[in-house]
Design a protein around this ligand. Structure first.
Ligand SMILES: *[C@@H]1O[C@H](CO)[C@@H](O)[C@H](O)[C@H]1NC(C)=O
Ligand SMILES: *[C@@H]1O[C@H](CO)[C@@H](O)[C@H](O)[C@H]1NC(C)=O
Ligand SMILES: *[C@@H]1O[C@H](CO)[C@@H](O)[C@H](O)[C@H]1NC(C)=O
Ligand SMILES: *[C@@H]1O[C@H](CO)[C@@H](O)[C@H](O)[C@H]1NC(C)=O
Ligand SMILES: *[C@@H]1O[C@H](CO)[C@@H](O)[C@H](O)[C@H]1NC(C)=O
Ligand SMILES: *[C@@H]1O[C@H](CO)[C@@H](O)[C@H](O)[C@H]1NC(C)=O
Ligand SMILES: *[C@@H]1O[C@H](CO)[C@@H](O)[C@H](O)[C@H]1NC(C)=O
Ligand SMILES: *[C@@H]1O[C@H](CO)[C@@H](O)[C@H](O)[C@H]1NC(C)=O
Ligand SMILES: *[C@@H]1O[C@H](CO)[C@@H](O)[C@H](O)[C@H]1NC(C)=O
Ligand SMILES: *[C@@H]1O[C@H](CO)[C@@H](O)[C@H](O)[C@H]1NC(C)=O
Length: 844
């Protein structure tokens, strides 16, 4: 209650002070200019002759150049500057209040003033803004970080001025000079910040920050989800909103979402950010990423030893109820919020809302991470995090916003690329990905252990998170003699006899026309896939891992290990790989017809017939059955989905993507315990609950694939009514009512056998049994699918020859027998590739 009263008083005070602030005007100074210019829709006053609005204590040197490159907006403003070889002060008359003060620096040399001899401090009233600012160094540092060509620097501060004067003091270091090209003093509209803010990791406790008395520097102001080149300014306060893309740890982790109409502010706080910030967002994708247990992550270079205010802008576009989408927010690896529900916070759909957090960045840390990820334990229909905008402000601790450290030397242009990379390795974007690495190692290790049937002692610390990525990466990256390359996994396992051919990078480049974008046929969490041609004109698919992808590194290893052991007509075969120059490239047989999913929905390819669908399912089931039973020991695929089932030129289906595969339990165990991996919508709930992996988890996912084939819709579609979002739940309800045909893909209408569909539905239903032990094996699934195909063929024959009663009888007889797997279904690995195309399966 008290709180509300207080708020009310603040609002009143605030409205009141607004009246007094009516005369507060923005002031734009074009330093070193003798006239006024219009730039960026604003009038910039030259400071040659001091005006009633400001004075300059010592005029310094007026410097100018003829042309300014690479500065589309402020080029004409930056042609002039004021250089100071002694301390000088701009004294600006203002009304008390809060202001954005922006200083523009565009470095150039003028006469005897070599820009490399510029270094200075700047302060505003009693607040120190910068210390020993070395603009050329700062800019080259900034440009290497941001990859932009702009050669200017704009520093923005948020200051509370309690007197009638703002004094901006430029203090050159002895023997050096100071300079400035333009100054903006912009009154802040309304109260942009409240003083009580959630502290990260403070369990929802708010802290009082005295923001207005401390002074802040704007570090980043991002419109999330716009293209990298796009930036915009708001009309009231000329704040610049740039794209977040270059700060994203992995752009693939997110896709773009937008709604450019019907957005409104949740608290009448339109001054907080323009609507266009809320119109676009990034939302977690599953575009080929192994599973949705990852974060969307942004990484920022910041000054150590300061407090930071992090403001996140949100606007829910999809859900129109509470508790529909809950996710987690992490800042600097600490949980800032759990179960974050934008709808509830903003009070509606399409409502612009912002959330502030404060955190401290300690000494020796110069990165700030903002991560958003799913909260899988909430059970809400969606846990896909999204973000519309973000601002990061640095807060002074004791009247000093300056950071005079060795930041510039830490980030020498040359090392800027390599240094953060090492750090990125340690500061992996999420433990989810780390655990993939660990699990892969453990998995491979268990596998080798059991194969060899002898115990090898492994020091526990070798499996610690830190060890694996670094040594893996070290081995990949530092290979000077390519031929001596040895996988670190192989270092502990003797069975890693890679059968695949090793390509040179030059061969790969010539095969893909130097990774010509027009040859790209797909993108995944791992990287890009290109169509290529090797010597004899053989088409191949070339998968090139994104070098930053930790996940890629682990999956690269797993995929090579798995695929070199496996050869089967219904498994996509690996032709070779290339690991030169830290590249992770896999070469596969080319699958002309792409993913099964692309033939079901979301493209304009012609719809598959029921027979083709059955055959594709049978092919995939054969590949899986072989994985589960055919190899020396069971292999669990773990990521079965329609994007991992590929079709060749004859629509023969093959299983692909073994990046997450694991060898199954040994004879003395019934399961493997692991952290849950896989793709949302396909995940076995039992595996999810008990974290125990068996072949039956694959069977569950395959059941979802079967329903997807019938219904031709995504397994998770958050835009549908709640009871339809999850395909598995929705389809099983119809199946239980024996009316699967109601939700059948309309393309199939009239061209399928109802009997066959019924059979098919029964199989899918059995696959989705709650408990693994009640699900069929892949062998049984395969047998029933073949039966469904026979039913369909009998139906098509009979519709031609009118004699289906006898054939029905025949199949009814067959159904009574227990399904038996034919001998030929199991196959042995390591059969040479030359003869596998001619026979359906390998036989010993
Ligand atoms: C400059 O001062 C004059 C007189 O005080 C005032 O009318 C005008 O608005 C001021 N200009 C700016 C940009 O503050
Ligand atoms: C203003 O400065 C420009 C150089 O920047 C100079 O060419 C011009 O003569 C100056 N005009 C006046 C009126 O001083
Ligand atoms: C500053 O520079 C001007 C112009 O070059 C020169 O005349 C003056 O002596 C310098 N002042 C100092 C203190 O170096
Ligand atoms: C300043 O230093 C940089 C790099 O050290 C050099 O490329 C540039 O030419 C120098 N500028 C001047 C005006 O001497
Ligand atoms: C930077 O400038 C160079 C040459 O001026 C141009 O080729 C390059 O594309 C530019 N890069 C960006 C990111 O704008
Ligand atoms: C600015 O600071 C003064 C005291 O230094 C305080 O009274 C005033 O409320 C602050 N203004 C704002 C807008 O916070
Ligand atoms: C934006 O949201 C409104 C209201 O929910 C909806 O009617 C409209 O279709 C949405 N527009 C887009 C492009 O999604
Ligand atoms: C927003 O402003 C409108 C009209 O100006 C008013 O009716 C409404 O109550 C305000 N809402 C809030 C949350 O202040
Ligand atoms: C995040 O926290 C975990 C556990 O405390 C730690 O292992 C990891 O290194 C941390 N990552 C970062 C980026 O600090
Ligand atoms: C997301 O990031 C946080 C903080 O670094 C980490 O603790 C968490 O495990 C990550 N989540 C996933 C699913 O990787």
């Amino acid at each position: 209650m008290k709180w509300h009263v207080l708020l009310f008083v603040i609002v009143i005070l605030f409205v009141h002070s607004n009246v007094g602030e009516a005369q507060r005007n923005a002031l734009f100074i074009d330093c070193g200019s003798n006239s006024s210019t219009n730039v960026d829709g604003r009038k910039w006053i030259g400071d040659i002759s001091t005006t009633e609005n400001f004075t300059l204590s010592y005029s310094g040197i007026v410097a100018f150049i003829d042309t300014v490159d690479n500065e589309p907006t402020y080029g004409s403003l930056y042609r002039t500057a004021r250089f100071f070889n002694v301390t000088s002060t701009y004294k600006i008359s203002v009304f008390p209040g809060t202001y954005f003060v922006r200083l523009h620096f565009f470095p150039f040399s003028f006469r005897s003033f070599n820009i490399n001899e510029s270094a200075f401090d700047v302060s505003a009233n009693s607040l120190k803004l910068v210390s020993a600012l070395d603009i050329p160094g700062e800019i080259s540092w900034k440009n290497t970080r941001t990859m932009s060509n702009y050669s200017s620097l704009v520093k923005e501060y948020f200051l509370n001025i309690s007197t009638n004067q703002l004094e901006i003091v430029f203090i050159p270091k002895s023997g050096f000079f100071a300079f400035v090209n333009a100054i903006e003093v912009v009154p802040v509209i309304n109260q942009l910040f409240v003083d009580t803010v959630n502290r990260v990791g403070g369990n929802g406790l708010k802290t009082d920050l005295n923001l207005a008395e401390r002074g802040m520097e704007t570090m980043f102001r991002l419109n999330v989800g716009v293209p990298a080149s796009e930036s915009s300014e708001d009309k009231d306060m000329w704040r610049k909103w740039e794209s977040d893309e270059k700060y994203m740890f992995s752009v693939n982790a997110a896709s773009i979402l937008s709604n450019r109409s019907s957005i409104s502010y949740s608290n009448n706080d339109s001054f907080v950010a323009p609507l266009l910030v809320y119109e676009t967002a990034r939302i977690m994708t599953d575009n080929g990423v192994a599973e949705k247990r990852f974060n969307m992550s942004w990484e920022f270079n910041v000054d150590p030893n300061f407090d930071y205010l992090i403001r996140l802008h949100f606007c829910e576009f999809i859900f129109d109820k509470q508790n529909q989408r809950l996710f987690k927010i992490y800042i600097n690896n600490k949980t800032a919020a759990e179960d974050y529900d934008v709808f509830a916070q903003a009070g509606g759909i399409n409502k612009a809302y912002h959330q502030d957090y404060v955190d401290s960045v300690p000494q020796q840390t110069d990165t700030l991470w903002v991560q958003l990820g799913p909260d899988p334990l909430t059970g809400s229909p969606s846990t896909d995090a999204f973000l519309n905008g973000m601002e990061i402000f640095k807060l002074s601790r004791n009247g000093d916003l300056a950071h005079a450290s060795n930041r510039i030397t830490i980030n020498q242009p040359g090392s800027a690329g390599s240094q953060p990379k090492n750090k990125i390795l340690w500061v992996s974007i999420g433990s989810g990905i780390l655990s993939v690495l660990i699990i892969s190692l453990i998995g491979a290790f268990i596998f080798c252990l059991c194969i060899q049937r002898k115990k090898v002692a492994v020091p526990v610390k070798e499996t610690s998170p830190g060890w694996l990525p670094l040594s893996l990466h070290g081995a990949m990256g530092s290979t000077t003699n390519a031929r001596s390359y040895k996988s670190p996994l192989c270092a502990t396992a003797s069975l890693c006899n890679r059968t695949g051919r090793r390509f040179t990078l030059a061969e790969i480049k010539s095969a893909t026309n130097n990774f010509d974008e027009s040859l790209a046929i797909g993108t995944g969490g791992f990287g890009k896939v290109f169509k290529g041609e090797i010597e004899e004109g053989t088409p191949v698919a070339i998968k090139r891992a994104n070098p930053q992808s930790e996940q890629g590194l682990a999956e690269f290893e797993t995929e090579i290990e798995m695929l070199s052991k496996l050869r089967h007509r219904h498994l996509v075969s690996l032709i070779g790989y290339c690991d030169e120059q830290s590249e992770m490239i896999l070469v596969y047989e080319y699958m002309a017809n792409g993913t099964l999913r692309s033939h079901l929905f979301g493209s304009d390819l012609p719809a598959l017939t029921w027979k083709q669908r059955l055959e594709a399912c049978i092919g995939a089931a054969r590949g899986l059955h072989y994985l589960h039973t055919g190899a020396d020991r069971c292999i669990i695929h773990r990521d079965i989905k329609t994007t991992n089932i590929l079709l060749d030129e004859n629509f023969v289906a093959k299983m692909a993507d073994f990046g997450l595969s694991k060898t199954g339990p040994g004879l003395d165990h019934t399961h493997v315990s692991t952290a849950v991996k896989g793709s949302f919508g396909y995940l076995d709930p039992e595996y999810f609950r008990r974290q125990q992996l068996t072949q039956k988890s694959d069977v569950y996912s395959f059941g979802v694939v079967l329903f997807e084939v019938v219904c031709a819709r995504p397994v998770i579609n958050p835009t549908l009514p709640k009871d339809q979002i999850n395909l598995a739940e929705w389809a099983i309800r119809w199946q239980r009512q024996h009316s699967l045909e109601t939700i059948l893909d309309p393309h199939l209408k009239g061209n399928y056998s109802l009997e066959s569909l019924k059979k098919f539905g029964e199989i899918a239903e059995k696959c989705l049994a709650d408990e693994g032990k009640n699900r069929p094996t892949m062998g049984e699934v395969l047998w029933h699918l073949e039966y469904a195909l026979q039913l369909h063929e009998a139906y098509t024959e009979s519709s031609n020859v009118e004699s289906f009663s006898s054939s029905e009888l025949r199949f009814a007889d067959m159904a009574i027998n227990l399904p038996q797997i034919k001998e030929g279904e199991t196959a042995s690995p390591n059969v040479s590739r030359s003869n596998y195309n001619s026979t359906e399966n390998f036989r010993q």
